[in-house]
Design a protein around this ligand. Structure first.
Ligand code: KG4
Ligand code: ZN
Length: 333
């Protein structure tokens, strides 16, 4: 029976989880470093690495103590090998390697985006392969055709900023506190719809690419013309979200046409967004998404993806700040 420990340290969350084929997700824990980075208005890589070092061992001990399993029951250790902050990734990778070596069990370096896409498999309601994934996070935004586990084709992706990044930058522009995305999203729920209108970038029939950097410029220009009070801020947040959601839906419709997919999954940090989760249900396709906690960074998705990778032989990987998802498909062939 397999029992895989998952470790995620690619950015500003330290996360640990235990997955077994027999029992599914046994336990998981996430520690968010938000309070550490808030002071600086964004993630400070060196502080992130140092805090991962501090948290990882106590979290592994605590997670195991919540189960009937001990270290000697582990059949594998999975860690996020990239993409992400190199120093932060190295903490998780070094810890995983040392632990696997001391236990004499295999280890596997997992692609963070493969983890995000597999987060939906932690839920009772799961898609069937092949499916289309709308992946929207702080560092990546893409529509990916998933033929099977490990076989990925990027249908469309952003040519500039990721959606989460634009949420964060727009929140800053509106004077909202870090972390911007979720705070802006809460505020948008109080805004009046369509009081302001922002562009839907690259929504022309023949273009599959996405672009979001112009949207924050449009918000900046609008803000510079206004006396911004709380209601105006909420109305702008609402209009910004409407533009993002409309654009993502337009691009997803195009990708559905291209792939003829019948199942769609919504994953990555921005998949926690309430307006997007509501709107995606209106698409002519079966839709699936992880619970909000498994949309943002977590180790349950890494343990699950790692367990699947270990069935294919696993393998240690050097950590990588950049790591094209499609290279997984090539290496599988
Ligand atoms: O997947 P994730 O946790 O980390 C990366 O892999 O990047 O995504 C983080 C991103 C951040 O940009 C954050 O602002 C955004 O997801 N995010 C949200 C919401 N929750 C997190 N954006 C919009 N609405 C939310 N509710
Ligand atoms: Zn992520």
């Amino acid at each position: 029976m397999s029992c895989v420990l998952g470790i995620e340290t690619s950015c500003d969350e330290t996360a640990v989880a235990l997955w077994s084929d027999a029992g599914g997700l046994l336990v998981h824990d996430v520690f968010s470093q938000t309070d550490i980075h808030r002071l600086y208005g964004g993630v400070v890589p060196e502080l992130a690495s140092r805090d991962h070092v501090k948290r990882l061992l106590p979290m592994v001990t605590s997670v195991l103590s919540q189960t009937s399993y001990t270290l000697s029951d582990l059949t594998g250790v999975a860690y996020t090998a990239g993409p992400g902050l190199v120093g932060a990734l190295m903490v998780g990778a070094s810890f995983a390697r040392a632990l696997a070596w001391s236990l004499g069990c295999p280890m596997v370096g997992v692609h963070h985006l493969e983890g995000h896409m597999m987060a939906v498999m932690l839920e009772d309601d799961q898609p069937s392969y092949p499916f289309l994934a709308l992946l929207a996070s702080g560092g990546h935004t893409a529509l990916i055709y998933v033929r099977e586990f490990g076989d990925y084709e990027i249908i469309s992706q952003t040519v500039d900023d990721a959606v989460g990044e634009v949420f964060d930058k727009t929140a800053k522009l509106l004077g909202l506190p870090y972390p911007g995305g979720p705070v802006l999203s809460e505020l948008a729920e109080k805004g009046v719809s369509s009081r302001y209108v922002f562009p839907r970038p690259l929504c022309q029939k023949n273009k599959l690419d996405m672009s979001f950097s112009g949207l924050k410029t449009a918000v900046r220009q609008q803000v510079s013309l206004l006396d911004v009070d709380d209601q105006v801020r909420a109305d702008i947040a609402c209009a910004f979200e409407e533009a993002v959601v409309d654009t993502l839906l337009y691009k997803t419709r195009q990708a559905i046409d291209v792939t003829c997919a019948s199942d769609l999954v919504l994953v990555g940090g921005v998949a926690a967004n309430k307006r997007l989760r509501r709107a995606i249900k209106n698409l002519p396709i079966r839709t699936y998404y992880p619970r909000p906690l498994f949309c943002t960074d977590n180790a349950a998705m890494i343990a699950y993806a790692g367990a699947q990778r270990l069935k294919q032989g696993g393998g240690e990987r050097c950590v990588k700040a950049r790591w094209p998802l499609e290279s997984l498909t090539q290496s599988a062939q």
